[in-house]
Structure formats: C-alpha cells, structure tokens
Ligand binder design. Structure first.
Ligand code: FE
Length: 137
C-alpha cells in the first residue's frame, strides 16, 4: 500500500456515476445501511477490506469480529493512517465518525466497546467496503 497521503477529490457528480446508489448514499451522504442487511456483516473469509470509493486498504479479516451489532466490526484499521476520525454530534448523539483518509468517504463509527486488546469496535457499513478474498497457493 502506498504511504501517499494525497487525497482523492472528485465532484459529487463523478462519485454518483462511479458508485451504486447505496454506496453513494453511505459514502458521500453519510448514510447508514439497515442493520443485518449488509453483504459483508457475516463474511468470515480471509482477505482484505478496501474502500468502495477509492480502493484503499482499510481493514484486514484478522481484525474482524462478530459484534452482533448488525454491521461489519473490526478491532483496528489495517493502518492507522488509512482512516480518519471526526467528532459527530448528529441525531442527538455523540459519536466518532470514521472516514477513508484518502477519499473522505464515510465508513461508519468507532465505539469504545470492542474486545481487547484495542477495546474498540469499528462499526463499518458493508456498502463502504469491497472485499478481496485472499488468494490461495
Ligand atoms: Fe476511500
């Protein structure tokens, strides 16, 4: 993975062309997919989770755990520079939003109720991710 911190900037019209309506709603409009509806929530395959907007490697299957919350949950990002965290006071709650550092796409939120050793739960929309299964051999 490149160490480049160069951001990807695209017009909302371009994003709309590139992404599915659901990906656009989540990544660009900070939407949330309904719990237990995402394609990757119950995925237990070994492999890598990339940003659906820009392809950046975001999470590894080894950090995924069954949180029971209805969204893919990870203990830690693949790289601390891959994601950015922001204070989010929307909907009368105080949460920490997680975005892709490269393209700014909304991924989900991080909560302090995950398993040790990180104690964190990165609660991420399936629509924000693409999964690349590890190739065998
Ligand atoms: Fe991205």
């Amino acid at each position: 993975m490149s160490e480049s911190t160069e951001k990807i900037i695209r017009s909302e019209a371009d994003w709309r062309k590139m992404l599915s309506p659901e990906q656009y709603r989540v990544l660009r409009e900070k939407g949330t997919e309904r719990a237990f509806t995402g394609a990757l929530t119950e995925n237990h395959e070994t492999g890598n989770y990339h940003c659906a907007g820009c392809g950046t490697l975001l999470f590894l299957s080894g950090a995924k755990f069954d949180s029971g919350c209805g969204w893919p949950s990870f203990m830690i990002p693949a790289d601390s520079t891959a994601v950015e965290e922001h204070e989010d006071h929307s909907w009368g709650m105080h949460r920490i939003e997680v975005t892709c550092a490269k393209c700014g796409g909304h991924l989900g939120h991080v909560f302090p109720d995950g398993p040790q050793p990180t104690g964190l739960r990165y609660c991420i929309n399936s629509a924000s991710l693409t999964f690349e299964k590890e190739k065998k051999g």
